[in-house]
Every structure is written in structure tokens, then in C-alpha cells.
Design a protein around this ligand. Structure first.
Ligand code: AMP
Ligand code: ZN
Length: 112
């Protein structure tokens, strides 16, 4: 999608601090980290938010978690928090589905 920030990062039009890439997924460090480790895993396919995904996207979205766990294992990170914001009211600011992976500090619950 031409005016999507994350599509531009995936395509290399805007620089991103890449952590991982394969045919379907891209992961990069968050520009405003909320923990010592904070990266985002995104599908290369543009889907704006979880509530827009169709049944055909189930496997693709599920793969975000597999990729996140694999990257954490490679980084020897055992405890991590996974977050997906859906909608501006809960903090979604970039409308291309992304899984936040946060680690490296104690975290409270419930989240703010
Ligand atoms: P959300 O608020 O859930 O939509 O998350 C969007 C995330 O994208 C925020 O944590 C931002 O810090 C992050 N972000 C925004 N612009 C960039 C960028 N150019 N490179 C990396 N992360 C970004
Ligand atoms: Zn996009």
C-alpha cells in the first residue's frame, strides 16, 4: 500500500533496523523502544488491523507468533510480552498489522 509506513519499510523505501526477513514476514526494531528489546513482526501483506483479517489470513497472522518466538530463541530471550493493538482507541498508530515483542525488563499487569 503506497501510503503505509510499514509497507515502505518492507520495500526498503524508508530505512528500518531489520531483525529478520523471509518471503512473508519482516521484523525490525521499534524506533521508540518501550523495553530493552522491542521489535515488531509484520506480515509483508498489507492488512490494516486484526479486525480486518479474513479467514484466509489466519495462518499468516499465526505465523507472526512463530517468528517472534524463533527470534527470541535466537536472542536467548525466554520471557517476552507480545502485544497487538487493534484500533486507535487502544493505541494503534500504524495501520499495518504488527506484533510488538517486548523483553528485558519487569512488566506490570494489567497493561496501561
Ligand atoms: P502501534 O502504536 O501499536 O500502532 O505501534 C506502532 C509502533 O511503530 C510504535 O511502537 C512506534 O514507535 C513504531 N514506529 C513508528 N515509526 C517507526 C519507524 N519508522 N521504524 C520503526 N518503528 C516505528
Ligand atoms: Zn502496509
Amino acid at each position: 500500500m503506497s501510503d503505509c509506513l510499514f509497507c515502505k519499510i518492507i520495500q526498503g523505501d524508508i530505512p528500518g533496523d531489520k531483525v529478520y526477513e523471509d518471503e512473508n514476514y519482516y521484523a525490525f526494531n521499534d524506533i521508540n523502544p518501550q523495553a530493552p528489546t522491542h521489535f515488531l513482526v509484520v506480515p509483508k501483506k498489507h492488512i490494516d488491523k486484526i479486525s480486518s483479517m479474513g479467514k484466509a489470513d489466519q495462518e499468516l497472522i499465526g505465523g507472526l507468533f512463530t517468528i517472534a518466538a524463533r527470534i527470541c530463541k535466537q536472542k536467548s530471550i525466554s520471557d517476552f510480552r507480545l502485544v497487538i493493538n487493534n484500533g486507535a482507541g487502544v493505541g494503534q498508530s500504524v495501520f499495518h498489522i504488527h506484533l510488538h515483542v517486548l523483553a528485558g525488563r519487569a512488566m506490570g499487569w494489567p497493561p496501561g
